[in-house]
Design a protein around this ligand. Sequence first.
Ligand code: NIG
Ligand code: FE
Length: 415
Amino acid sequence: MNKKIIYNTSEVVTCSGFKPKFGKEMNDIGIIENGAVVIEGEKIKAVGKETEIFDKYNKDEYVLIDAGGKTVMPGFIDSHTHFVFGGYREEEFSWRLRGDDYMDILRRGGGIISTVKSTKEASLEELIESGKKRLDSMLEFGVTTVEGKSGYGLDLDTEIKQLKAMEEINKNHPIDVAVTFLGPHAVPQDYKGREDEFIDFQIEKVLPEVVKNNLAEFADIFCEEGVFNIEQSRRFLREAKKMGLKLKLHADEIVQLGGAELAAELEAVSADHLLQVSDQGIKDMADKGVISTLLPGTAFCLKEEYANGRKMIDEGCAVALATDLNPGSSFTNSIPLIIALAALYMNLSPEEILTALTLNSAAALDRVEETGSIDPGKKADILILDYPSYKFLPYYVGVNIVKTVIKDGKIVQKN
Ligand code: NIG
Ligand code: FE
């Protein structure tokens, strides 16, 4: 059996926990100075002080991994991305730099609709190929679990093609993929003014096919002014829940519609974006244990005010952070960028940021019992950094300091 001990660390930051951390708890990151981690098979067997670990476990029976006096921590979890898509929108990015508005571009048939066209044209193989390459890049940043959404099909065949691409990638890439069905991501041109009928189509034709073929774990919707309203979102998500999917929501991103309140009402796993969330929405998320997933890359690229993560944590929410990697509003998979924005512009502490990118992101994917921290019994998804303190993560601005990535107990990446 695969048996390893990671030793000679400056610290093991465990982020220990089997439930999400709310409010102040986000600062508890469980540091063990000069810690060591025992791995057996794909799982973590033990974690503790190095001296105690070596008293208890016989060195000779283990492959020893020398951390070089540096920090060891859980793998990052990117819990909100749209990493499978055809084509790019570099032209649109230049228009936005010139002052064009993201939603205006969508209304003109660009934006998401333009990626829908390219994704329809791409073959399944092309989507798998480009999706895998994007995950290769994420692995370099230390991401060991990622969420991916459909939503660039809008029709039955293309949605299924996107979901199948993720299923295939999940089988053949070290990173675990949690799959979300985002059928109602935009209103197709031929459904303009008939949004209710499009929701009917998603509920009657697409959802059952997704569920029957076991192609997604979560359902999501773009609940936004000019896209799908609260009533349409509620109807779609309720049906999805009845059919056995867990729920997520693109909520209160551009206009305050009450998406966070809806997420709480439906006991969604997470509400995401939340740039415009109301005070009531914050309270409801905290009360119902809905994870508040914040995506500062999107606010940065759209030059919007950042979501008020500080307030959410102070009011007792469990905050997660993610990249929102997609070809439009946030074309980045850079974890260092997300850390920098969260630290410098959202006033989150280094400890809160770590929790948000590990344990709470695992919770946003309903996987908090299997990954997201260095705890016995969990998957051995572990990073060795190039510096002796986790505080270098925000301090070394925008730079990737991940040196070694261990996924399911195996070294899968060395930078
Ligand atoms: O999370 N807001 C809606 N959906 C994506 C953007 C998708 C795109 O622009 O292609 C988001 O930001
Ligand atoms: Fe998104």
